[in-house]
Design a protein around this ligand. Structure first.
Ligand code: M6R
Length: 366
């Protein structure tokens, strides 16, 4: 049942190339320059003309929502707000009939996310679900939706659900961008072609496994760990930290890299591993200067870099390479080494990776 892998989590990490293909299969026709998503197509005007898109979710799904915020705003130029479902539902939120609310949930059963959707529907918003479990409560409660088709996710720590959620939401953003004319046809085609290359690039990122395991062995006894990223990769830093907390019980925090100097920098010393996502383009130069700040305070730097990077290699204690891609798609690649890093740390510490203490796969109580 674990397909030869020691744990479900590892199996699910390795399934990501296939899971992502399953997510876009039949939806993305790169040769024809077309994206077909029934739930979006049938409501295209409504969604494309949304005054605002509200995303509600919890945990890892909330992180996927944050990545989607950057992608929707960049490509489709529609204002997006991302909310923890549990906060949203209890603060008398301002919702109008022109809003579209997207609920992201692997299980489709999360109580807070479900309640947020019900509330937004009552106020007249159009509700769209991004769920993995077919026929789940949230998928039934929404007006329309798109399944992630990641296949069953058994490990409590979410992995392939996250990357397939990002995939679905990217397709949706591209479709809306095309509809609203906010990206050119050439750009649209470039995205589609690059999406098709993502599974192979994830395969390549997965090959870093042995090297990552070696890094895990060096840092497994750390008490704390900081994760930094900017732009599209800021939510990936949050997700990396959550993965480490959940399965290895090491305290970890994710931060936007530039926020470090407003507080967390005080924590940095030779005992503090800092995982920095420093892929090319975007805010590369700024992240490099953040790395210099960490280095001058003797922090240990584990950097996720673009293949062939030289500059960060000279500064960091360890570098983990991922293939180059279009900047908005980098989260699909930078997430992979962070999943593997927490997996190996947890295994080396002898923790129950698939069933971490105190956690359940779906949280059906508020
Ligand atoms: O099923 P959902 O996506 O609604 O679940 C949301 C969170 O409970 C979930 O992502 C949780 O944070 C995971 N354990 C993360 O690995």
């Amino acid at each position: 049942e674990k397909g030869g892998y020691e744990h479900f989590m590892l199996k699910e990490i390795h399934e990501q190339p296939t899971a992502i293909k399953d997510t876009y299969r039949g939806r993305m026709l790169a040769d024809e320059g077309l994206i077909r998503m029934a739930g979006v197509d049938d409501n295209l005007e409504r969604i494309a003309n949304a005054k605002r898109i509200l995303i509600v979710a919890c945990g890892t799904s909330w992180h996927a929502g944050l990545v989607a915020e950057y992608i929707f705003e960049e490509l489709a130029r529609i204002p997006v707000e991302v909310e923890y479902a549990s906060e949203f539902r209890y603060r008398n939120p301002i919702i109008s009939e022109k809003d579209v609310i997207i609920a992201i949930s692997q299980s489709g059963e999360t109580a807070d996310t479900m309640a947020a959707i019900k509330l937004a529907k009552e106020k007249g918003a159009f509700a769209f679900g991004v769920c993995n479990v077919v026929g789940s409560s949230i998928s039934r409660e929404t007006h329309a939706g798109a399944y992630t088709h990641a296949g069953p996710e058994i490990g409590v720590a979410s992995t392939k659900a996250f990357t397939t959620q990002i995939t679905v939401l990217t397709l949706m953003a591209l479709k809306l961008a095309k509809q609203n004319g906010t990206i050119s046809h050439t750009e649209f085609m470039t995205y589609l072609q690059e999406m098709e290359r993502i599974p192979a690039k994830i395969e390549k990122a997965l090959k870093g496994d042995e090297h990552i395991k070696m890094i895990a062995d060096i840092y497994k006894d750390a008490r704390n760990c900081l994760y930094l990223g900017r732009g599209f990769n800021f939510p990936v830093a949050l997700e990396g930290a959550l993965k480490l907390k959940e399965i290895s019980y090491i305290h970890a925090e994710g931060y936007p890299a530039a926020e470090m100097k407003h507080g967390p920098i005080a924590l940095i010393d030779e005992e503090m591993p800092v995982v920095v996502i420093a892929t090319k383009r975007g805010h590369y130069e700024k992240v490099v200067s953040n790395i210099q700040e960490i280095k001058s305070r003797k922090g240990k730097i584990i950097a996720i870099v673009t293949e062939g990077d030289e500059e960060v290699r000279d500064l960091a204690d360890h570098v983990i390479e991922v293939p180059e891609t279009l900047e908005p798609l980098t989260p699909l690649l930078t997430t992979i080494p962070l999943q593997l890093l927490s997996y190996h740390i947890a295994v080396l510490l002898g923790k129950n990776v698939d069933q971490p203490r105190n956690l359940a796969k779906s949280v059906t109580v508020e």
